[in-house]
Design a protein around this ligand. Structure first.
Ligand SMILES: Cc1cc2nc3c(=O)[nH]c(=O)nc-3n(C[C@H](O)[C@H](O)[C@H](O)COP(=O)(O)O)c2cc1C
Length: 192
């Protein structure tokens, strides 16, 4: 039997969010019984079948002007063709966002992804971690240092390239989300 697919569909203008997407994929790959697939919104017109066939879809976007980037939103609007047939109903969904500021209104972006998932009748999976770096013994190295609950947050200094930022701690948090969704997909598809 073929493995259930967890697809990541993301937009990235300058490569930082792509780096986060690759970390999410690495987390998915830690779960052998699931296949992870990366889909850039730039190639989505050739990849709708991958998304339609996936058991779970993880959305990813940079924050531009306080919300998901226009590139991601264009994908969201194109997905309305799926909505007419409720093709994505009961797939698992999750999200990650990346921005220049520590906060940067990341939650606005995650909330947009959550809303998209609910329009499609999908089942949202949150991050499932306590916040890091929220007490006197905390550190910037803590997993979930940015304290997201509804999804994985990453922060990339605006004067550094994707070879440097987001930092390793945010990439580990992103990998956690990928692994969590992969494990949830196994439970969801096997009914355990
Ligand atoms: C047009 C534009 C708008 C942006 N708006 C925000 C913002 O509202 N909040 C923020 O924290 N960062 C903002 N940024 C910074 C990006 O979120 C940040 O540079 C991010 O790492 C870009 O990811 P990418 O390389 O995947 O496109 C903006 C960047 C651009 C280009």
């Amino acid at each position: 039997m073929s493995k259930p697919v967890v697809a990541i569909v993301y937009h990235s203008g300058y490569g930082h969010t792509k780096a986060v997407a690759e970390s999410v994929l690495a987390g998915i790959k830690e779960v052998d019984a699931v296949e992870g697939v990366l889909v850039s919104v730039d190639e989505v017109d050739e990849k709708w079948d991958v998304l339609d066939g996936a058991a779970a879809i993880i959305f990813g976007a940079p924050i531009y002007m306080g919300n998901v980037s226009a590139g991601f939103q264009a994908f969201a609007e194109k997905s309305s063709k799926r909505w007419f047939e409720m093709k994505w109903k009961d797939k698992l969904a999750a999200g990650f966002v990346n921005s220049g500021a520590q906060n940067g209104d990341k939650h606005q972006g995650i909330h947009a992804m959550f809303g998209l998932s609910q329009q499609h009748g999908m089942v949202w999976v949150g991050l499932g971690l306590h916040p890091g770096n929220n007490n006197s013994k905390g550190s910037l190295e803590d997993l979930n240092r940015l304290g997201g609950f509804a999804g994985a947050y990453a922060q990339s200094n605006i004067d550094e390239g994707p070879d440097v930022v987001p930092p390793a701690t945010d990439r580990r948090t992103a990998a956690h989300l990928g692994r969590r969704v992969a494990e949830a997909t196994l439970r969801w598809t096997r009914g355990a």
